[in-house]
Design a protein around this ligand. Structure first.
Ligand code: FBP
Length: 251
């Protein structure tokens, strides 16, 4: 399987537009036009992203448009809300069969390493990963260290662990948190062979004025791409931001 071919990446480099926040964070994230999936899909198309990341319901309700626009879909197969007290478990929301039914190119799955439910999530991911590979789908892992006893999940050592764990579990791409600066992120990357057939993408995080500077440092540190949501579609100049991200990553 060639993840570059499947998702149209340039030696691993690419941009994914994440839009699963309605489930993960609730309506508070969906300000202005952001409530409307058609708006997000049009940004994805005009902004030439490599794929959109959706939960199955959003894919189902917008399937015709996704097809017409010829957008690559990464179907997220698990999720949770902010309402639950159980912050460390992300339950299944869809199957590989549904990913194929919606013509997805890849599956997305979250593991919270360190969580009391880690073993369960690793086991489920491993089954899905094998099935996805057997059926020609790429595998993107939201690889987070998150547990009651973990204070700062963005610490370099945790991010390094998340990257390496994703590699050893067979993801094609891991999506991780940013450590906050170029040096520490570079070190977090240094424990894993990346850039050949395994790639590291960074989550955008909450909308921030520092975002474009961070993107430059993320690229400089050696990451291959971004899986970004709020820092793009919560801005009036979403297409301009996407253009500037493409320039940084030489896309
Ligand atoms: P953002 O760029 O908006 O942070 O989106 C990336 C993402 O991973 C989404 O896919 C997901 O909904 C959200 O962040 C989860 O963030 P967190 O785990 O911090 O709540």
């Amino acid at each position: 399987m060639n993840v570059n071919k499947i998702l149209g990446l340039k030696r691993g480099r690419g941009i994914f537009l994440a839009y699963d926040h309605g489930l993960e964070h609730g309506p508070k994230d969906l300000i202005g036009n952001a409530f409307d999936p058609s708006y997000i899909l049009s940004i994805a198309k005009k902004g030439k992203v490599n794929a959109v990341i959706l939960q199955p319901g959003t894919a189902k309700h917008n399937l015709k448009k996704i097809k017409e626009m010829k957008l690559n879909l990464i179907l997220k197969l698990n999720g949770k809300t902010l309402l639950t007290k159980e912050k460390y478990f992300s339950g299944l929301t869809a199957s590989i069969d549904e990913a194929l039914k919606y013509h997805a190119k890849a599956i997305g799955y979250t593991i919270y390493f360190g969580s009391p439910y880690e073993a369960h999530m690793i086991e489920t991911f491993s089954k899905l990963r094998k099935e996805a590979e057997d059926r020609g789908l790429a595998v993107v892992l939201w690889s987070y260290v998150r547990a009651p006893h973990i204070k700062h999940e963005q610490k370099k050592d945790y991010v390094a662990y998340a990257i390496r764990a994703g590699y050893e579990l067979g993801a094609d791409i891991v999506k991780v948190k940013y450590t906050g600066d170029c040096e520490t992120f570079k070190e977090a990357l240094s424990y894993t062979p990346t850039g050949h057939d395994f790639y590291v993408y960074v989550a955008g995080g909450a909308k921030s004025e520092k975002f474009l500077d961070e993107v430059k440092n993320i690229y400089k540190a050696g990451a291959q791409g971004l899986a970004v949501g709020r820092n793009v579609w919560l801005r009036d100049n979403a297409l301009d931001i996407l253009k500037r991200i493409r320039e940084v990553f030489k896309l």
